[in-house]
Design a protein around this ligand. Structure first.
Ligand SMILES: [Zn+2]
Length: 271
């Protein structure tokens, strides 16, 4: 079975153009739509609102779960109607195993920057995206840089460190307003939806976020600069790192964390 990446890239390009069109429409004051279908940007707004409510605990976990599955199923239907995303699961699995699909998420770094000896920093059990009080799990990989004085500047290059998209996707939501003293654990984060995988990447603790909701990003594109934002990440006991999580969207629209370790091992590196 062969995956037509060229076709896929072309569609991604068309999609990017569509998105820009959608964004322009969304930002103008008078929007006349002939369709009842939500735009992709509407899904971004819904996701951003919901995720903020979960964090503030102003929505019940049950209600959040239902809203989340509706947003994700809606997004999936929208992308499935575009030719390039009609991938079957076998194709997806083989695509995920190839090193050409994923880009290592930190420029200038490679797999030896991943925390733990064999990616054992990942602890998936007990995770609940919808209940902010549930703690103890760590369904993510932490990837560390050389920053002994904790100023977010790479000790080796004396420059900030770029956070790159693991794969192509739609930027769903971002946080840019984290301040020291805030108890929000993710700090300044980014959620990116990859429609081909039907999954969400979450990049946390950034110092600066360089993308906006509704934006289409390619694998390896700069999303942010690494930082120390987040309740625990800001503390001096925490070395400067990226917290990378991936949530697979199940057929019912609900998320299932997946360990990205194997993907990171085969990912393309950026200098
Ligand atoms: Zn982490």
């Amino acid at each position: 079975m062969k995956i037509d990446l060229t076709l896929f890239m072309r569609i991604a390009g068309i999609l990017g153009a569509l998105l820009i069109g959608g964004l322009n429409a969304a930002s103008s004051q008078v929007v006349i739509s002939n369709s009842d279908e939500p735009t992709l940007y509407t899904y971004c707004q819904q996701f951003q609102t919901l995720y903020t409510q979960i964090r503030e605990q102003s929505v019940s976990p049950d209600s959040a779960r239902l809203q989340f599955s509706q947003i994700m199923q809606g997004l999936q239907v929208r992308f499935r109607s575009m030719e390039g995303y009609k991938q079957d699961s076998l194709q997806r699995d083989s695509l995920r195993r190839t090193g050409i699909y994923f880009n290592f998420p930190i420029r200038g770094y490679s797999t030896n920057a991943i925390g733990g000896t064999h990616g054992e920093g990942y602890r998936g059990t007990g995770f609940d995206l919808f209940d902010y009080n549930v703690r103890g799990s760590h369904p993510a990989q932490d990837i560390f840089i050389s920053d002994r004085n904790q100023d977010n500047i790479d000790d080796r290059t004396t420059k900030p460190v770029d956070i790159l998209a693991m794969s192509q996707g739609l930027v769903l939501a971002i946080e840019t307003g984290w301040k020291p003293g805030s108890d929000y654990r993710g700090g300044n984060w980014i959620w990116v939806y990859d429609p081909l995988l039907n999954g969400l990447f979450y990049y946390a603790h950034n110092s600066e976020v360089d993308v906006s909701p509704g934006q289409w990003v390619k694998a390896g594109e700069k999303l942010a600069e690494m930082g120390r934002t987040g309740f625990n990440a800001y503390k001096s006991r925490s070395p400067t790192h990226l917290h990378l999580m991936y949530l697979q969207i199940k057929p019912d629209g609900l998320p299932q964390p997946i360990n990205t370790y194997e993907w990171l091992l085969t990912a393309k590196l950026s200098k």
